[in-house]
Design a protein around this ligand. Structure first.
Ligand code: PEP
Ligand code: MN
Length: 363
């Protein structure tokens, strides 16, 4: 394990009265009116302490809206003057950092696409040497905790002590209900390694759409995350970036009202162990499904064989043998007779169905 980071606690530099700590604002700053009207509404929500807006947007295709750039810095100044909210922007290179610092932005964040590149993170760190500003580090796109830790280390080494990690989910090779798979075990491991490091969740980029935001945010809080960075737009349907995942200030208020802030958290060790066990269950269920699919393949083969030999599908003798033998074995292994009977019944029904399909198929 590496040396623990030298971290200034979140509560010493943020005026939080009631948890969770919330950073909210649009994915992108689009116009002065959009920025200010969103900020005005957000400032009415007590948990919102920081206003976010992307000015320099990393986009997949060059034809997409790439942000308003430096022009937006003036709008953020106005947000701060008018609402008292602190402000934060994504920085991806030393030029962004210098401009943000010169304009009085309160907190910087490094995005998932920049964190993957140690050269970029080092360049950003160099211009921050000796500067006392909080920096948030999103996880890299790929599920590699070392890359995430490496970026935090680079910043800590140049003297950034107000460090925050932001969990925004990971690109995943197979389909999941999320835009970016949460893979909770990774932020949990980060918290285990660095208990003093604040970790926020970014439910917007994990979910990619609004309906999943509530359960993901609740889960993050249940895992003792310190708060959230969430995308909020005054008119999400008009958003130029990440339209599907942005909510309105009213929706944010409702979300916060509905969240359960648990008084007694389990320890990190407890959560970690729980997550480990759940991962084990996930693997077993996956195996179970593979085994069931293999079983049905063989059932089909038997069906074909019976068909070729003109034998009936239902063979009661064989079936009662199966029931006896499986139930006895299962009971010995601690499973209940009732459960085994239900399970075998379901398997049998499906098997007969599959064989009937084979019988009815044209040769
Ligand atoms: C964002 O916060 O708008 C953003 C681009 O996030 P990420 O770097 O997590 O993709
Ligand atoms: Mn976004």
């Amino acid at each position: 394990m590496q040396d623990p980071f030298d971290i200034t606690p979140l509560l010493s530099w943020l005026p939080i009265e009631s948890p969770p700590f919330v950073i909210a604002g649009p994915c992108s700053a689009e116009s002065e009116e959009q920025v200010l009207s969103t900020a005005r509404e957000l400032a009415k929500i007590p948990q919102v302490k920081v206003f976010r807006a992307g000015l320099w947007k990393p986009r997949t295709r060059p034809s997409a809206f790439e942000g308003v750039g430096s022009a937006g810095l003036q709008w953020l100044k106005k947000v701060k003057e008018e609402t008292g909210l602190m402000t934060t922007v994504e920085v991806a290179n030393p030029k962004h950092v210098k401009e943000a610092l010169n304009s009085g932005v309160d907190i910087l964040w490094i995005g998932a696409r920049t964190v993957v590149n140690p050269f970029s993170v080092q360049e950003i760190s160099e211009v921050l040497r000796g500067v006392d500003i909080p920096v948030m580090v999103k996880n890299p796109l790929n599920p590699d905790i070392k890359v995430w830790i490496g970026a935090l280390e680079r910043l800590n080494q140049v003297g950034i002590r107000k460090l925050v990690a932001v969990h925004r989910g990971f690109s995943f090779f197979s389909h999941t209900p999320y835009r970016n798979a949460p893979m909770w075990e990774i932020p949990i491991e980060l918290k285990r390694l660095y208990p003093g490091l604040p970790v926020l969740v970014d439910p917007s980029h994990i979910c990619g759409e609004t309906s999943l935001i509530r359960p993901v945010t609740q889960k993050a809080l249940d895992l003792e995350m310190d708060g959230m960075m969430i995308e909020v737009h005054i008119r999400p349907q008009e958003a130029l970036t990440d339209k599907e995942q942005q909510i309105t200030p009213v929706q944010l208020k409702e979300l916060l009202l509905g969240l359960i802030i648990r008084e007694t958290y389990g320890t990190i060790e407890f959560e970690n162990k729980l997550e480990e066990l759940r991962t084990e269950i996930d693997k077993l269920d996956e195996e179970l499904i593979h085994i069931l699919s293999r079983r049905m393949d063989i059932v089909e083969e038997i069906g074909k064989y019976k068909k070729e030999n003109n034998i009936t599908i239902l063979q009661l003798k064989r079936w009662s043998q199966i029931i006896h033998n499986r139930v006895d074995n299962g009971v010995k292994l601690g499973l209940s007779r009732d459960f085994l009977l239900k399970l075998l019944e379901a398997l049998h029904e499906e098997s007969i169905q599959r064989q009937t399909e084979v019988m009815n198929r044209e040769r």
